[in-house]
Write a protein that binds this ligand. Sequence first.
Ligand code: URA
Length: 206
Amino acid sequence: MDLPEEVVERAKRNIEPFDTEGFVLGKGPVPADIMMVGEAPGENEVYDGEPFTGRAGKELDKQLSYLGWTREDVYITSAVRSRPYKWEKRPNSEEKRKANRKPNKKEVKAHAELLDLQIKTAEPKVILLLGGVAYQRLVDEKGKISEVIGEKLETPILKYDREQDTYIPSDEKYIVIPLYHPAAVFYNPGIRDSIYDSLDRLKSYL
Ligand code: URA
């Protein structure tokens, strides 16, 4: 996806004060009927320069294939394009290593303009939100994704207004479907049935 250099450079500058590394743009067709918005890249993605190439990506591929899709059918991006990390001590050692972590609100804001522009450029007919970070970024800043998982929402989406440094609902409505983040099943294997229920609902909408 071609994006103005100025916006990309601003996003890179904005994220500099935070503990993040790398910069991974999205991947997929443009325009795209379906856009998926995740959280942020992890170690593997930053290394590969592509979204969802690690363990969560394998789970995502399984879900895509359940839906009868491949990665060529969807534009995949995330709320934050750099890998947020924290330093973690290894067990029985003084050695520390970087571990992935969830992006915080400031990091999400640092890349908000970029996500808005990607949505505008990809012109998706449906936006799938993978996890709470994407849901709060685009639909409801304080909302709980668990209350709307698998629902087809027709809603304005939140766009970042640089002058006012705040999010403002778009004039137009979008079809937005909140889903579990593919990595959620690793932390909570009990939700597998619920994940596939929401994928079945998604199939019935499309
Ligand atoms: N999680 C995300 O949200 N995005 C990626 O690219 C990888 C993991």
